[in-house]
Design a protein around this ligand. Sequence first.
Ligand SMILES: *[C@@H]1O[C@H](CO)[C@@H](O)[C@H](O)[C@H]1NC(C)=O
Length: 423
Amino acid sequence: FPLERAQDADKGQNAVQNYTLSPNENFRLDVRSHSDGSKYAELVLRKPLDREDDAQLFLILSAVDGGTPKRTGTAQVIVKVLDNNDNFPQFGDSVYKVKLKETAPQGTLVTKVEATDKDLGSYGDITYSFSQVSENVLKAFSVNKHTGELTVSGTIDYEEERNYEINIKATDGGGLSDYCKVIVEVEDGNDNAPEVTLTSLTSPLPEDSPLDTVVALFRVTDQDSGDNGRTACTTEAMLPFLLKASVNKYYQLVTQQPLDRERVSEYNITITVTDQGSPRLTATRIINVQISDVNDNAPVFEKSTYEIQLWENNIPGLLVGLVQAKDPDMEHNAKVTYSLLPGKVSDQPVSSYISINSETGNLYAIRSLDYEQVKDFQVTVRAVDHGSPPLSSEVSQWDRIFLRTVEMLMLDPFPGLTTMRCA
Ligand SMILES: *[C@@H]1O[C@H](CO)[C@@H](O)[C@H](O)[C@H]1NC(C)=O
């Protein structure tokens, strides 16, 4: 850099003869002459400058004449060092390790990475960005390009991803970069409720199932870890069923008391599973078990004896009464058929006096009865259900026929009254 020359009003030897420069590391002086003999100096760089070390150099240029005494003039030379992008951004830490709860909502600050750059202006301006990160990272995190703040921008799920490795690049305005790595370790939260998976279910379940019959087999799972995934399984007390823990978080629901469809025909069994996390999460599953019918009940007559009375000289085929048996079982097991058991009335088969409708239990007098011949008789009706095997019960049916002549004569002109008693 050519420097201004110094002026000296004197001439010849008394004019400027030489220049000197204050001691410094970077510059030296070359003294040169113009064609008119006047001298000037050039500032010559001999060692590179570094703006980041010294942004300004203060030098003293002295001009000396050749007179006696020597006279000196000085000037200050200020060298302002301009910036060049000779510095890379630099992260303070090359690896950041962070723990993050999986329940962290969007916007949660994970960490802040920071790089510095000694250069000035845009050469020192740093922007942050992800560098070659996986799709999973892009879905879950974002980095603020100005501040270096790494925040949660998606869903963190311990069950899906337990670790993230995030490379972040800091780039200055001149295009120079540095890299750092953020290792995020996701911590489990109790964000999964337990689940009950039914593997098998026997429904309808026959009411005569023996004790310890397996009604249902199911498995309890919880995706969380540790206490968050530790589960306990219960069902209501007072059930004829019992929960039995098996291996691998399988449970069996078995019968522990006899069943009776006629008493309880259906159970809704609530399985409750709770984990040990905080807060505790619970799942319930209702298992519907229908109890199916077995022919374990015989038909039962409403009364053990029926009494029927009828007037003598009845017309044949007269409906004289009705017997009925109930069966608490279902469908075929409850369908009842009636029949008369063989018997004799005055040496005649009972079936020549009386007939029963097998479906309805209606009783008909087949012949006209005569009090003077038959005062009473007795017949037995049998009720059978259609179960397999069929169950039956019998009732002693026709008990007695008797006459009340006296009352009859007073009451009306009928020749007599025949009363049948059915027991
Ligand atoms: C069992 O649950 C079913 C379905 O909710 C319901 O229709 C039925 O009445 C319940 N039965 C009992 C015995 O509670």
